[in-house]
Design a protein around this ligand. Structure first.
Ligand SMILES: *[C@@H]1O[C@H](CO)[C@@H](O)[C@H](O)[C@H]1NC(C)=O
Ligand SMILES: *[C@@H]1O[C@H](CO)[C@@H](O)[C@H](O)[C@H]1NC(C)=O
Ligand SMILES: *[C@@H]1O[C@H](CO)[C@@H](O)[C@H](O)[C@H]1NC(C)=O
Ligand SMILES: *[C@@H]1O[C@H](CO)[C@@H](O)[C@H](O)[C@H]1NC(C)=O
Ligand SMILES: *[C@@H]1O[C@H](CO)[C@@H](O)[C@H](O)[C@H]1NC(C)=O
Length: 599
């Protein structure tokens, strides 16, 4: 494949740097630095910015208990640091989620929404100017030496890796398509060298060697380092044959290292209430799935065990990496972050193995961070997301946040400078990804669920716990996870409710709660920067409302009753604004009366 080399991005790039027109950058930086130097994570370290080691697994779930099977990761990172147990991704698919992580922006602002062109993949990342404008580039500009090994993006291939090369890394060794997920025949590409095939070696053994090599370089260096290690496990195995023949690849159970093949013989997918349920649940394409027979259930259990076995190699990789950091004199000034690019479901709601849905299994991922100032054995309940990670790393490195960050630094210490938030914006465009031997690939060789386009808000506040989504078919879902943690009972009314029969939630009628959630989603689905962080300020400027509970005040019923609403005109496979209904909410300032008249 030939890639168009992109121009015309420099104007865009310049405009996204923190503007100095109305901000005094120097003062901002001084203020930030004094805040940072007062905080415990800096007082316990030297004056030099900290080192950062980031491990990103591929498709690792939180909800299906994968973190209970990785003792080294528990011992070295979770127990020595903090578990952020309400951590979410904003798009449950590898490439869009990774681009959001590397830029601190929602997928609707990166417009990298898929794994392949025209809507996603490495070419789209380059097209959008991000190769000159993402986390490693910014960290290099701030004086870091940066290293990367493993999978970066999809559609980063043996044909396009040099047009252009990935920017921002002092040392890199990338897995390349179509061999990225070929556990026993991977291809890696180092710095500016030609790709090398590792036929006959297990990909996790290969990446372990490469990662330790870069870690040694990093530890020997004079400057602070940022090293990312991104193994493919526990992602499915993909035999490159079909991709080379131009067909949609089939994803099968991951392949563990030989020494782990025998493990977990009796382990099965957790039989939570939403596992292959008797009653259908979810949006119509999910609700229409047949209940799985014993053959499929057995296969799914095998698939699940294969993932846990494949993760053992990652557990050993982390053991080797962290042990080496622990033996170095740099441990005291190093943060270690462990997470995944998106979650995974197997059999929940009768779904075949896969991701791309908005259910808890898909959007929740592990996040553990250890380092100076971070409580040992801590558990943090604040809502945090992948777009918060770049702002968090900026804070650790002492770099002022960018205005185009849609996320905000997460509370790793009490002195963090970010904004606590109760919402997660979840968005998806295009096909549902289905995996395994019973994935539902149709006679045309294509997965059967093309219209998996939706917008959602996940809301976790004081005394409430909701998931609200609007689909491109204009179907809606509303789950109250405080009473329905497995998302089996859609509360969204199928007919217009009569006032007398409406259920009450938080002391208000269901339709009043929905009006607030829908208005919030209308803001979030096209938010940018601060409006993604403080969405209620868009609806009701002035700071009088900063949570669902506050917005539920009866005094605002008329105002929320007149919002245009989230809707779609058709199901598009990418971010086509014309398909996405109303773009601008009604705000109190445009409602004819000043906001304070509404209190
Ligand atoms: C890493 O790359 C940056 C940017 O090119 C450069 O300034 C720095 O000197 C490099 N570090 C090393 C150790 O070569
Ligand atoms: C392994 O990958 C290389 C390309 O990197 C390819 O030439 C070779 O045929 C592959 N081997 C198998 C067994 O598929
Ligand atoms: C179970 O379901 C799968 C997938 O629909 C089907 O291929 C298989 O034949 C079924 N097996 C039995 C024993 O019914
Ligand atoms: C998907 O959506 C498109 C456009 O909205 C529609 O024409 C098509 O019938 C839908 N396909 C399925 C399988 O629902
Ligand atoms: C996103 O990218 C697609 C594919 O290039 C393009 O058609 C669409 O207009 C873009 N969306 C926005 C909002 O720029």
């Amino acid at each position: 494949m030939k890639l168009p080399l992109l121009a015309a991005t420099s104007a865009l790039l310049q405009s996204v740097y923190v503007s100095s027109s109305n901000l005094n950058n120097l003062n901002l930086q001084n203020a930030l630095q004094s805040v940072l130097s007062a905080s415990p994570h800096f007082s316990s370290s030297s004056s030099s910015p900290p080192n950062i080691l980031l491990v990103i697994t591929d498709d690792q779930d939180l909800q299906l208990d994968s973190i209970d099977y990785t003792p080294h990761i528990t011992r070295h990172i979770r127990d020595q640091g903090t578990f952020y147990r309400n951590h979410f991704v904003t798009t449950a698919l590898c490439c869009p989620s990774r681009v959001s992580l590397w830029t601190g922006r929602q997928a609707h602002n990166t417009n990298v929404t898929d794994v392949h062109p025209p809507y996603g993949g490495y070419p789209k990342f380059v097209d959008r100017g991000f190769n000159d404008n993402f986390l490693p580039v910014w960290l290099q500009q701030a004086g870091y030496d940066t290293y990367y090994t493993g999978k970066l993006f999809n559609a980063h291939t043996v044909d396009n890796y040099h047009s252009p090369h990935v920017n921002g890394f002092n040392g890199s060794d990338f897995l390349l398509d179509p061999y990225t997920y070929s556990y026993l025949n991977s291809t890696y590409q180092r710095n500016q060298d030609a790709p090398v095939s590792y036929e006959g070696y297990h990909t996790t053994d290969v990446i372990t060697k490469k990662a330790l090599g870069f870690l040694d370089d990093a530890l020997e260096g004079e400057r602070p380092f940022f090293l990312t290690v991104a193994p493919v496990a526990p992602h499915s195995d993909v035999n490159p044959g079909r991709a080379l023949a131009g067909e949609i690849p089939i994803m099968t159970a991951p392949i563990p290292l030989e020494r782990h093949e025998h493990l977990f013989k009796d382990v099965k997918v957790p039989r939570n209430e939403n596992f292959n349920p008797d009653e259908p649940s979810g949006v119509s394409w999910v609700r229409d799935l047949p209940q799985q027979n014993q053959t499929v259930v057995d296969y799914n259990d095998h698939f699940y065990r294969s993932r846990l076995r494949a993760l053992q190699g990652v557990d050993e990789l982390v053991d080797a990496l962290v042990s080496r950091v622990e033996q170095s004199e740099k441990l005291d000034n190093t943060y270690i972050i462990y997470t995944s690019d998106n979650g995974f479901h197997i059999g929940q709601h009768r779904l075949p193995p896969g991701k791309t849905c908005g259910f808890e299994e898909d959007i929740r991922v592990p996040l553990f961070i250890r380092g100076p100032g971070i409580p040992e054995g801590g558990v943090e309940d604040s809502v945090t997301t992948h777009i918060d990670l770049a702002p968090t790393i900026f804070e650790l490195a002492g770099i002022p946040a960018r205005e185009d960050f849609d996320g905000t630094a997460i509370p790793i210490t009490d002195e963090f400078s970010g904004t606590r938030h109760e919402h997660v914006t979840v968005e998806y465009w295009g096909r549902a990804v289905v995996e395994g031997d019973y994935s539902g690939i149709g006679p045309d060789g294509l997965p059967q669920f093309p219209n998996n386009t939706y917008k959602s808000v996940r809301l976790l506040g004081e005394g409430y716990n909701f998931y609200y989504s609007v689909w491109c078919s204009n179907e809606h879902e509303l789950y109250d996870l405080s009473t329905d943690p497995y998302q089996l009972h859609n509360l969204y009314p199928s007919t217009t409710p009569t006032a007398t029969k409406e259920p009450q939630i938080l002391g208000r009628s269901l339709s009043q709660v929905i009006s607030r959630l829908d208005a919030l989603l209308l803001v979030l689905k096209s938010c940018q920067g601060i409006t993604c962080i403080k969405p209620w300020d868009v609806l009701q400027p002035g700071g009088s409302v900063s949570s669902l509970r506050e917005a539920l005040d009866e005094g605002y019923d008329a105002f929320y009753g007149e919002q245009p609403g989230v809707s779609f005109d058709w199901c598009a496979a990418g971010y086509i604004i014309a398909a996405e209904g109303a773009q601008v909410p009604l705000t109190t300032s445009r409602y004819g009366l000043p906001w304070d008249a509404w209190v």
